[in-house]
Design a protein. Sequence first.
Length: 147
Amino acid sequence: MSKAIKVIIIIILIDVVLIGGYFGLKLLSSKKPQSDTKEYEWVRVDEYYLPKDYIEEYILKDSQAKELLPVFIKNYGRDKKVLNRFYGKNFVSPSEAQIKLQYRSLEDWQLIDLKYTDENEREIKRTILYVQENGSWKVGDFGVLTQ
């Protein structure tokens, strides 16, 4: 083989390796990371459940009043990674700073998934953002978590 053909073959092989490496890395990096919510467990809240905080106590009392027990909750607390996946009526992928702008006297916030069966035997699941202002807790927003 002539020298020119050998050089062309080497250049083609290098191009094939570089292009294959580029697309291989692109394929590996495009995989979605594991969901942050997988580390949280569903907790059954019924009439015998002992609430861990005010929010869980509020959910228990509200569910008893509406005769929805048992309900299931995932309490994400102040997990900012999960908060960034929140899609609600007032917020879309909010940061803590955006919540503070909306609620000027914000003291605390928590994000909780709530799942229950309604009177028509439909399973309802929603994510609720609770905020604490001036010492009292209230629903700041409700929606879902995006994947």
